[in-house]
Design a protein around this ligand. Sequence first.
Ligand code: ATP
Ligand code: MG
Length: 564
Amino acid sequence: MSDPLAPDRGSETPTLWRVGRSYRAPLLVTQFPPEVSFGFLGRLLPTHETTELSVEAHRISPERALELLQGARAVAEAELATGGDGGRTAELEVERSSAAELGQAVARRTQELWKVGVRFVSLASNRPQAESKRARLVKRLSELGFRSRIPRYEVCESLRPPDMSGTEPRPSGYWHTLPTDGVAALFPGGDETVVEPGGTLLGLALSDASPVFFDRWSHASYSWGLFGTTGSGKSFAAALLLLRTRWLRPETTIAVLDPLGENSSWVESLGGSVIHVADGTEGRLNPLDPVTTAGDRREKAARVGTMFRALFPSLRDEEVAELDAAVTQLYERGPDVPTLGDLWNRIVSRSGPTSRLATLLEVFRSGSLRRLDGPTTARPAEPIVSVDFRGVPDDQLPFHLTYVLDWAYGRLADRPGPKLLLIDEAHLLARHAATEEFLDRVVRHVRHFDAGLMVLTQSPDDFLLRPAGRSLLRNLYVSAFLRLPQVSAESRAFFGLTSAEAEWLPRARLPRETGYAESLWRVGELHLPLAVVAATPEFEFLEATLGRFRAAPGDPASPPKGGL
Ligand SMILES: Nc1ncnc2c1ncn2[C@@H]1O[C@H](COP(=O)(O)OP(=O)(O)OP(=O)(O)O)[C@@H](O)[C@H]1O
Ligand SMILES: [Mg+2]
């Protein structure tokens, strides 16, 4: 048999093997974590990347296994007897007791010991890609508690195919001694998938119905995105996950920006309060109140500029500049807490009552937004608050969402403990560049306050058009795709979806067909096809409350579900 690593079949660099335009980047494991879940390889080796894993296992005879285990136990005991070396005492005790336990299991023939050769190889068509794939693998391994090493100047020895004897010399990190359970855990397709301790139940794996638990608070960003066509179950999944989060961490504070007002009823059922923007029930949020930036008036002035651009997208450059000057002056010289009336006065005193800007801002004095002119009176103290935008004209929604987002951001920054902010129909904030940039900044900064966002919208394409939208998507640690009518080439490339995944998403089954939502979860680098399933009490609670509109006083009946 010809040696695939013979010199004429490629060449070695210090850390890679190259054959033509194919690069192989080996990685060895120097230390296993004390425990791994069965099927953990599914989390290590995402379906959208080509990584080769080879595992060879050689059974160690029970006599030799007992000798090895007795040796390991004796070493641990001897080190403990001499006082261990500082912080290693606990580790040595674990080594001693696990060697003893394993010894009993080997004697009873319920476990065996194996000499196992393990090697990962990242494959790519160029060197930087091979190296970056390997670097990502190193990171994923370390997240699971593995230590790994890149074999330097030992590439050929690492990549050589096994000679089946189990005795050939290999670089350190290749050979390991594992019990039967450890070897079994190396096989993909085991009976457990993602199980993060302390996590909430995301759903059941579509492959084998095993539960997937995920701990939002243990990752780099706490923010997630949920995408799916109408009726695919986004709002339901988000409410379900919020319920489960509160179950595990009752101290979690929740705010909901709810353009369709679907969440009001369940929020109230949990003792939360609802601010109705259109009719002012539960009070007013003054869009100009600098409390939202903890008194930072310059930052507040910038956010006010964003709100006005969302309300008046037709503003000309010179009007934007004039408004900016008036707002800046207002925060420099105006009252501590300015109102929209104060801003109108300032505009009038600068450019006269008949200027186009003054005419536009008339909407806050005598027009449909006059209720917003005045100090903040809504100060909900409840840990769950929803802001219901039902009844707001469509063209005013981005404006309302922007100042309420500013208010919610202030609340996130101000409160202790874990916090989640759900933004349903988030595409409304992607209509204008300025509001999209603001949302992107919020997503990037909330992590510092122990907070995360749940961004819900029908298509990821809503956020792929501009750099700010793409930055926002990049900062979502989890992106869940429920049924999508189609997967654009841009989405596919951005999220690294395989062609099989892109073809499946338009066929993912809807909750009204199955009673659960079929979905694909992109969790960090993993792609997990899951069923979002509610337990009966969860389903009954959400069915009775989600999307059920509270009857306004005097309403004969409230609409069952639907748009604005
Ligand atoms: N995981 C689920 N299990 C059972 N039923 C579900 C599930 N998800 C959604 N449903 C049912 O489907 C209905 C529609 O779901 P939902 O309102 O969450 O869709 P959506 O994606 O938010 O749609 P839209 O874009 O129109 O807001 C829910 O009212 C509920 O009855
Ligand atoms: Mg919805």
